[in-house]
Design a protein around this ligand. Structure first.
Ligand SMILES: C[S@@+](CC[C@H](N)C(=O)[O-])C[C@H]1O[C@@H](n2cnc3c(N)ncnc32)[C@H](O)[C@@H]1O
Length: 360
């Protein structure tokens, strides 16, 4: 095993307060980052910017073993119990909430297990990093139901995600979906009926699954006498030619321009409108410049494939060159759209491109 026992990949709030007096260029860290830096449990931290695709699972876990993934693991009851029960398997959890990660870390520590890794990232993005046919079992327990009609598109499950999940699941691998929500049940059943990639055996859903572990929500709903619906699906068909959102990352994307001929004032023109590209939308919210005028930050949002990432792009003027790249603390996965957003900034500055690793 490697020295580390927990992996935390972050995706979240970018640094703020760049222009506070006496703090020019100094980022105020988001609480999740503090969590990672302060937690004794976390002795291996990977910045998602530096993530390769596909993820080297053998390296991350320090061994090769069948992989189980939990999406939105909450307080970690299920993930930790399952990992304790099956020490011969590797467990990866995707969760957005830092608080949930904090609670789960302490459970992992208490359990004294070394076969779990946590990823603070939207699971819909995280799965793109996994190699094809690498996941044996995926669990999604009590996803947020988003009951209001106009919010339904926020639901984690949709046809596209089922396709991505199938592509990352081993042939014959399983997906467990659990909900207490009648409307989410109907919605999920319909999605599975329409998906060519997943099949089921026996009943479409059951009201009991005796060997299934409990979760915070399961306990709560059962105490309230609510019905819980269990769906088990088996991967039937491997999707081919799915559109990948995360390209292979070998080095950080950047564009280096000749300083002569660039005009930083033009960057303001980027702020505001939505800029569409094949597969998504880019929006620049604001431009911040330090007092010396040699570091400029653009607050950027990239939405693609139903996933949004908010981060800062840095424009650095040094000697005769200008470099456009991700800000050091921009916790962002390098997707096609993220690269596009960096390139657009360079194009807006004008000036001759000296070097870049971003293609067309
Ligand atoms: C209703 S809670 C259920 C938690 C846990 N599975 C349980 O049963 O106790 C839903 C969890 O999913 C997480 N979540 C929501 N959207 C997510 C996403 N796109 N990727 C990863 N986690 C997500 C939320 O932060 C929340 O902790």
């Amino acid at each position: 095993m490697p020295a580390h026992n927990l992996l935390l990949l972050g995706q979240g709030t970018a640094p703020v307060c760049f222009l506070e007096e006496n703090k020019v260029g100094k980022a105020v860290q988001d609480p999740a980052l503090d969590l990672r830096l302060n937690s004794k449990a976390v002795d291996f931290i990977v910045d998602p910017k530096e993530l390769g695709r596909p993820l080297d699972l053998a390296d991350i876990f320090g061994r090769e073993a069948p992989l189980e993934v939990e999406i939105g693991f909450g307080y970690g009851h299920f993930l930790v119990r399952r990992a304790k029960e099956a020490p011969e398997r590797n467990f990866l959890g995707f969760e957005l909430s830092s608080e949930c990660i904090r609670k789960t870390i302490s459970k992992i520590e208490k359990a004294g297990i070394a076969n779990v890794r946590l990823v603070r990232m939207d699971a819909r993005l995280g799965f793109y990093f996994l190699p094809e046919r690498s996941v044996s079992v995926t669990y999604m327990n009590f996803p947020d139901p988003w009951p209001r009609k106009k919010h339904k598109k926020r639901r984690l499950l949709d046809g596209k995600f089922l396709e991505l999940l199938a592509s990352r699941t081993v042939d014959g691998g399983e997906f467990y979906f659990v909900t207490d929500h009648d409307d989410y049940l109907e919605y999920a059943l319909e999605l599975f009926r329409e998906s060519p990639y997943w099949k089921w055996e026996g009943e479409e859903f059951t009201l009991e699954m005796p060997d299934y572990f409990d979760t915070k929500y399961r306990r709560k709903w059962e105490r309230m006498g609510k019905r819980i619906y269990f769906l088990r699906r088996i991967k039937a068909v491997h999707p081919v030619g799915i559109r990948e959102l995360v390209e292979e990352v070998k080095e950080m994307p950047h564009v280096v321009l000749e300083r002569e001929g660039i005009d930083v004032k033009r960057l303001g023109e980027l702020v505001g409108p939505e800029i569409r590209f094949d597969g998504g939308v880019i929006r620049y919210f604001d431009v911040f410049e330090n007092q010396k005028g040699d570091r400029i930050l653009l607050e950027t949002l990239v939405s693609e494939g139903g996933i949004s990432q908010r981060f800062f792009i840095l424009v650095e003027l040094s000697g005769g060159e200008v470099t456009v790249k991700l800000a050091r603390r921009a916790e962002v996965a390098v997707t096609t759209g993220v690269k596009r957003a960096i390139k657009l900034v360079a194009e807006k500055l004008g000036g001759k491109i000296l070097r870049t690793n971003i293609g067309n």
